[in-house]
Design a protein around this ligand. Structure first.
Ligand code: SER
Length: 601
């Protein structure tokens, strides 16, 4: 029988287990990364340790263990299910060039299953290992160790890179295969072939051991690292939910008071299966994350319009929106924040210390949003109605920008609202309006009357050409050539993508040739609505950092390209004209920029 441990007990037990295996216990770091401009928040225990993973000696030694606060908003749309959170605590043990696969896996197994430690029934444990691909061999060693511990082949799943690979954060750097540990909740399988990694909730991932044994080089190849490291991460909230046999992380003691408070404030609306439960979880999760961000010892993040500030603003406003859906009266952020502080204050002293800042900022942002919310909502409802009456499915980017600029609606917020009404937002148009606005504020030019040149046909065609270009770049340069940015005016497209070197004239010519070939084939461009998971399953290209609503659109150009996108697009590639690359240049380190046009056929 698994031991029904609390979060406090789990943290203590984890650290003492790894202490008994010669690890030094170090304190976790700030949620706001120190020297890493590539992430807005600490998203995993490894971020603060990057210099040591690269070989710098750590003062505490080569075996470390810690508890790290993490914020991840990449999966924000999944919050509301049984396990996803935007803030979570990660337990980690680290080998800096010391022990490797065999010990890491044995210790994971011992900690999980020994009755002295967590005492999970080994029969509930399933694992995944890297199945190998053209570049890196399968991780047979990890599979062998699991097998030697008694996990049968039927519960050792070999999965591809999307599932079982970690890093690098940028284009180059340390990375490697991982092995993930799942608890089978005992729920019936959702389909034949339901396995760890399936999102139905039968298998819950609680721990990940990463074997950082490669360095990815600029040419895309992998060389063995001189120092092989182990980086593991165990999720506190999920693990205690599994230990306590609870249906979701929201039933654990970490959320119990918060959920009870939301139930009372919403007069029970939070109990309504489906939407009510989901909304309550979102309210709780987002307030908890905001409290930790505002209470961080490093400070400096406040609700605002860029970077980490924007993430915080979005969390708070999204929470307010869902609180409203539940009928929770205004002023609710203060009592909820107080509950979070009471729940965590004994372990995270910074929350008590920064109580005034946390509550002050939360309340001020809630009030700011309140003041414009009603007007903005009216505006958006009107807009949706008008668009629907005209049979339109896409909200023009400049309208979304007005909502953002005048009413403080985060773009993703407008997108979610619209997607609930079967509409999408023209993201490229929004970005264009945003950029124009910024330029204008810089110039202080008051004469501009606003709005984009209305040349929809041209931008639509360039948009479709962008998809063809993206795919062609990956064919010519490799799968690392991924979209970093896109900007379309009626005259030209601009596309930024990851690639370390200047493209050769031959590569440019080949990309151009491929795109024109697809235009020549006059492929039909079709659109389907599905979830992001389904899209990924079908191999659609999707921006990793993009935030999409629950239902997203996938545009397919014949058998050539499949990409997640808001549209709109040409009906057939034959409408595009001749594709011509005008310029290929550097945009920033590791990112290239292409400007291209469509010439009249
Ligand atoms: N970096 C890995 C993760 O975040 C293991 O800690 O899953």
């Amino acid at each position: 029988m698994a031991r029904a441990l609390s979060a406090d007990e789990l943290r203590t037990l984890y650290l003492s287990f790894f202490k008994s295996k010669g690890h030094a216990v170090i304190s976790g770091s700030s949620l706001i990364p120190e020297n890493d401009p590539t992430v807005l928040f600490t998203t995993a225990g490894m971020h603060p340790l990057v210099p040591y993973l690269l070989g710098e000696p750590h003062p505490a030694g080569r075996r470390l263990a810690d508890v790290q606060k993490c914020v991840r908003t990449g999966d924000i749309e999944a919050v509301g299910d049984t396990t996803h959170l935007t803030f979570f605590e990660m337990l980690g043990n680290w080998s800096l060039g010391d022990y490797f696969k065999e010990d890491a896996i044995r210790w994971s197994y011992e900690f999980l299953t020994s009755p002295e430690w967590l005492g999970f029934d080994p029969a509930c444990l399933s694992v995944t290992v890297f199945q190998g691909d053209a570049e890196v061999a399968p991780d047979d060693e990890a599979a062998r160790v699991w097998k030697s511990l008694g996990i049968p082949d039927s519960r050792i799943h070999r999965l591809p890179r999307e599932d079982n690979w970690w890093g690098p954060a940028g284009l180059t750097g340390p990375c490697g295969p991982d092995t993930e540990m799942f608890i089978d909740t005992g729920k019936p399988a959702c389909k034949a072939g339901c396995r760890p990694g399936c999102r139905c909730g039968k298998f819950i991932e609680i721990w990940n051991d990463v074997f950082m044994q490669y360095n990815k080089k600029a040419d895309g190849t992998y060389e063995p690292l001189r120092q092989s490291n182990v980086d593991t991460g165990m999720g506190v909230e999920r693990t205690i939910a599994m230990l306590q046999g609870l249906p979701s992380v929201f039933e654990t003691e970490l959320f119990a008071s918060l959920m009870a408070q939301i139930r009372a404030l919403s007069n029970g609306a939070s109990d309504k299966p489906g939407e009510g439960v989901r909304a309550a979880r979102i309210v709780a999760d987002h307030i908890r994350s905001s409290v930790f961000i505002l209470g961080d010892p490093k400070g400096g993040v406040k609700p605002g319009n860029i970077g980490a500030n924007y993430v915080l603003r979005r969390l708070i406003r999204r929470s307010v929106r869902y609180a409203k859906m539940l009928g929770i009266p205004g002023g609710y952020t203060k009592p909820l924040a107080e509950t979070v502080i009471a729940t965590y204050g004994h372990f995270y002293a910074e929350l008590e210390l920064h109580r005034d800042r946390i509550i002050g900022e939360l309340t001020a942002e809630e009030e700011r949003f309140e003041r414009t919310l009603a007007d903005g909502q009216k505006e958006l409802t009107k807009l949706i109605q008008v668009l629907k009456e005209h049979g339109q499915t896409v909200v023009p980017g400049r309208k979304a920008f007005t909502l953002y600029d005048t009413y403080g609606f985060p773009l993703e917020f407008t997108e979610e609202w619209c997607s609930e009404n079967g509409l999408t937002v023209d993201r490229a148009g929004f970005e264009e309006a945003f950029r124009k606005h910024q330029e204008l504020s810089k110039q202080g030019d008051k004469s501009f009357k606003g709005g984009l040149a209305d040349n929809t046909g041209a931008t639509t065609n360039l948009h479709t050409a962008t998809h063809l270009l993206h795919k062609a770049l990956q064919m010519v340069l490799g799968s690392h050539a991924q979209q970093k940015g896109s900007n379309i005016t009626p005259e030209r497209l601009r596309f930024d993508f990851t690639h370390p070197d200047k493209m050769t004239p031959e590569q440019v010519a080949e990309v151009e040739r491929i795109v024109n070939e697809q235009i020549g084939r006059d492929l039909p461009v079709t659109c389907e609505v599905m979830t992001l998971d389904q899209a990924k399953e079908q191999g659609a290209m999707a921006l990793f950092s993009a935030k999409y609503g629950e239902q997203i659109k996938v545009f397919t150009a014949g058998d050539f390209s499949k990409e997640v996108c808001g549209g709109p697009h040409a009906a057939r590639t034959g409408e595009l004209g001749r594709f011509k690359i005008q310029k290929e240049e550097s945009s920033s380190a590791g990112v290239r920029r292409i400007r291209a046009v469509l010439e009249k056929p």
